[in-house]
Write a protein that binds this ligand. Structure first.
Ligand SMILES: [Zn+2]
Length: 353
């Protein structure tokens, strides 16, 4: 497992240096893990990242079973190691560059490598907008491995975020050199690993990577429920931003990972509420349960991580609580407000933890 460590190390090579972010403080998951716990403060970015940064820590995963999803991710790494043209510094450069790009990109979007989730995204965004009634503009950026193989987009990324590059001509020059490596490697950038992002920012941005959905599908989850579950989970983080002043329960926690666990479990719970609700996505428990069971990652067991999402059992408990709440309101077809959904979670937290 330690061989996977390299890919996550911050790139030190001058040629892969990235510029500082333009609009927002940008944290990689690695940086989050390294920083001191920020007591009682809420994170300004929710990295609902399914990537397996935690492969670095062998001891922690020893007590945690590798899930089907974890095995899918492991396959990517095996493929990297068998690829003579694969370069770990370049892989790290691509993941950072791509995350910055989808963070700052504004414009037309498509979802799924060939737009296969476009209709679903449109439908779910419409439903979620009506369901939670949040007073904020929410944008959903798709993330695609193909972007890293597109000369214009790659040059855009390099010109915007690579601090060693001073102008468009230099960006093209570097993009062309990278495209030559891409042409030789079956993994760069085609591996789903290079579009694995799923996160939320306080400015209303949501990001869902194709590679993440593809990986969940490979683990046995149906694509539409995976997309809907991630979208509704991220959407709830927007409710948490909106009610940040009122929802102060997390301030009682001393540890950053406890804050993270509360926030993430609540997002799972609220997502399950939407997934099950008669006026939401109307999935039955069997499918919701399957999604949560199959999407668990080994990283979820690393409770000391500042980005801890809760153990698999806690996440399943949270999902069940949300499902039951939706069921109890089913006959009335009634949608609870974000405040009511939050209050119910706080009241029933002992059933989840
Ligand atoms: Zn989350």
């Amino acid at each position: 497992m330690l061989l996977c460590t390299f890919i996550f190390q911050a790139c030190s090579k001058e040629e892969f240096d990235l510029k500082d972010p333009v609009f927002h403080p940008y944290l990689t998951q690695v940086e989050i893990q390294l920083k001191e716990p920020s007591y009682t403060s809420k994170p300004d970015i929710f990295l609902c990242n399914f990537s397996n940064t935690y492969f670095e820590d062998e001891i922690s995963i020893a007590s945690c079973q590798l899930t089907d999803f974890g095995l899918v991710l492991l396959d990517y790494f095996e493929s990297f190691f068998n690829d003579p043209y694969f370069d770990f510094d370049l892989a790290s450069y691509y993941t950072e560059l791509h995350k910055k790009y989808v963070t700052h990109y504004r414009g037309e979007n498509y979802y799924g490598a060939s737009g296969e989730y476009d209709q679903l995204a449109k439908k779910r965004i419409r439903e979620l907008t009506a369901f939670w009634d949040l007073n904020r503009e929410i944008m959903l950026n798709g993330q695609h491995t193909a972007s890293l193989n597109d000369r214009e987009i790659l040059a855009d990324m390099i010109e915007s975020f690579d601090r060693t590059i001073r102008n468009r001509d230099e960006a093209y020059e570097k993009a062309d050199a990278l495209l030559e490596i891409n042409a030789l490697s079956p993994n760069l950038p085609e591996s789903p690993y290079f579009a694995m992002d799923a996160f939320t920012l306080s400015n209303g941005l949501l990001v869902i990577g194709d590679g993440l959905i593809e990986s969940l599908v490979a683990a046995g989850i149906e694509g539409e429920i995976a997309f809907t579950a991630i979208l509704s989970h991220e959407w709830w983080h927007q409710a948490q931003y909106e009610y940040a002043e009122e929802w102060t329960e997390v301030e009682e926690y001393d540890e950053a990972w406890e804050v993270s666990r509360f926030i993430e479990l609540e997002a799972d719970y609220a997502a399950a509420y939407f997934l099950a609700h008669k006026r939401g996505a109307t999935y039955n428990w069997k499918r919701i349960e399957e999604y949560f069971r199959l999407s668990f990652n080994v990283g979820d067991c690393l409770i000391n991580s500042d980005t801890h999402h809760g153990t698999p059992t806690q996440r399943m408990n949270a999902a069940e609580l949300g499902y039951e709440l939706a069921e109890s309101a089913r006959k009335k077809g009634f949608i609870l407000s974000p405040e009511e959904v939050h209050a119910y979670f706080v009241e029933n937290l002992d059933k989840v933890l």
